[in-house]
Design a protein. Structure first.
Lengths: 304, 170
């Protein structure tokens, strides 16, 4: 039998290191500590960013087969289909041209009127284009990773829109990429306004339905299926007037004070590829006025 | 050397192959998008902790779990905890499992995968994550079903001929 057939180094008898059980205890404690640090203390940002940057080349590699397939598919796309798309795009462009001309004029008019009335100037949102690299595979959250990060000047909290409307918000920024939490995520809420009635409310993500839900609206509230919801602009994050969703389903139940209202996001939540990252409004807002000093003793139960 | 009768004597495993198979599994798991898709990373880690417990252990599992957490943008530490427990269970049973034929091995791996998945689920429940889709529970079953395939693919370099010649080049 040739040499090299067997594993010739015998297992060490004296240097076996820690036992499996003590290793289990140490690493489990470390994992639990990391979870607490992540959720409660918010200390894991640098570790995350460092690991993300190390993973970047692998990530790039894993995307290449898909990209290549896509490229080939686009290459062999039907000529007629491409021409049709071009015509469609031209039509849309001419419509947009009309609108943009009006917007120019309206902006000027608005500016003059605001000057006359001595109102504050409207904020001007500057935007950055970004592309979705991949959707995060975590089954509990709805997030996408985009290809712009700290290096491109992205900030946490920036609103993100696509061609349809608001798609989410930047929740973590890494050196080269950022994480965007979509509006349908469970932990996402967005203040909205119903332009038909002028009622403001807050919409919460409902990932199981792929929708957002308006909670705490009274059963007899004036809302109808098909109503458009836009951002209200009172939150210091989203600029006012961006389309968010359309009311798709209203269940008014006798046993409950509140109606159950589901809305379908106007952004292409599952299929978008190109996004715009806006600057968050709070950097442009004036500082909030100092809250009045709480009176000593009984106030609002000591809540801050 | 005590080993099951009728089995081929394997060549020693190359550490380079172990490392590259783990990296390959990481690449594959980056592509999975749906909750029902099997976690190839967990399968490869269990495979190597069962076959090479001195080379791939709890520490490696923890590190790869951390990488998975960062990549999936989830709660940091959930995969790390699940993989740590998984490799501990793998080390617990590694002396027994290899005496069984491969399909029975898959059956013995299934409770391990389920336990790791359950641990991850409980962690998310405790941190307020809500209920995932029912298809989430399909993943550990698929991972156990992939065990025979993993045993073929990952043991291939160790099953090569010890003295390659013209008729047996590999």
């Amino acid at each position: 039998m040739p040499l090299g057939t067997l594993d010739r180094s015998p297992p060490p008898f004296f240097r076996q290191g820690l036992s499996a059980l003590s290793k289990l205890i140490i690493f489990s404690a470390l994992a639990v500590f990391l979870m607490v640090a992540d959720v409660r203390l918010g200390m894991t940002g640098p570790l995350r960013s460092a690991l993300f940057t190390v993973l970047q080349p692998l990530q790039w590699l894993s995307l290449q087969p898909g990209r290549a397939l896509q490229f080939v598919a686009q290459h062999f796309e039907d000529l007629a289909q491409a021409q049709e798309q071009a015509t469609q795009a031209r039509k849309e462009l001419s419509l947009q041209l009309l609108r943009s001309g009006q917007v120019e004029q309206l902006t000027q008019e608005n500016q003059q009127l605001r000057q006359l009335l001595e109102l504050k100037q409207r904020m001007d949102p500057s935007a950055q284009a970004a592309e979705i690299i991949y959707e995060a595979a975590d089954p509990y959250s709805q997030k996408v990773i985009i290809d712009k990060g700290l290096a491109a000047g992205i900030e946490t909290g920036s609103p993100v829109i696509d061609a349809g409307g608001v798609i989410g918000q930047v929740t973590r920024v890494h050196p080269l990429v950022s994480e965007v939490t979509l509006v349908i995520d469970r932990e996402m809420s967005i203040p909205v306004l119903n332009p038909r009635t002028g009622v403001r409310s807050v919409a919460y993500g409902e990932p199981a339905q792929g929708a957002i839900e308006l909670r705490f609206m009274a059963s007899n509230a004036d809302i109808a299926e098909g109503d458009l919801l836009t951002t209200s602009g009172v939150d210091g994050v989203y600029p006012a007037g961006l389309p968010v969703a359309r009311v798709s389903q209203i269940q008014r139940r006798a046993e409950s004070t509140f109606a159950r209202i589901y809305c379908k996001p106007l952004a292409h939540v599952g299929a978008a590829r190109h996004l715009l990252v806006l600057k968050p409004l709070r950097t442009q807002l004036p500082p909030a006025p100092e809250p009045p000093r709480a009176k000593s003793g009984r106030g609002k139960g000591g809540r801050s | 050397m005590i080993m099951p009768s009728g089995q081929q004597l394997l060549l020693p495993a190359s550490p380079l192959f172990i490392a590259s198979s783990l990296l390959g599994a990481l690449l594959l798991s980056m592509l999975s998008q749906q909750p029902w898709m099997p976690d190839v990373m967990a399968l490869t880690l269990v495979f190597w902790t069962v076959h090479q417990p001195l080379r791939v252990g709890i520490g490696a599992a923890f590190c790869f779990g951390l990488v998975m957490d960062v990549q999936q943008a989830g709660l940091l530490g959930q995969h790390a905890l699940a993989y740590t427990a998984l490799s501990f269970l793998g080390i617990m049973i590694h002396r027994r499992v290899l005496w069984f034929p491969v399909p029975s091995q898959a059956l013995q791996i299934l409770p391990l995968m389920m336990a790791a998945h359950l641990l991850e689920f409980l962690v998310r429940l405790a941190s307020g994550g809500g209920w995932p889709d029912w298809s989430y529970w399909l993943a550990p079953v698929l991972q156990a079903l992939l065990w025979p395939l993993a045993s073929v693919l990952l043991l291939m370099p160790q099953r090569r001929a010890p003295d390659p010649d013209a008729t047996r080049p590999l």
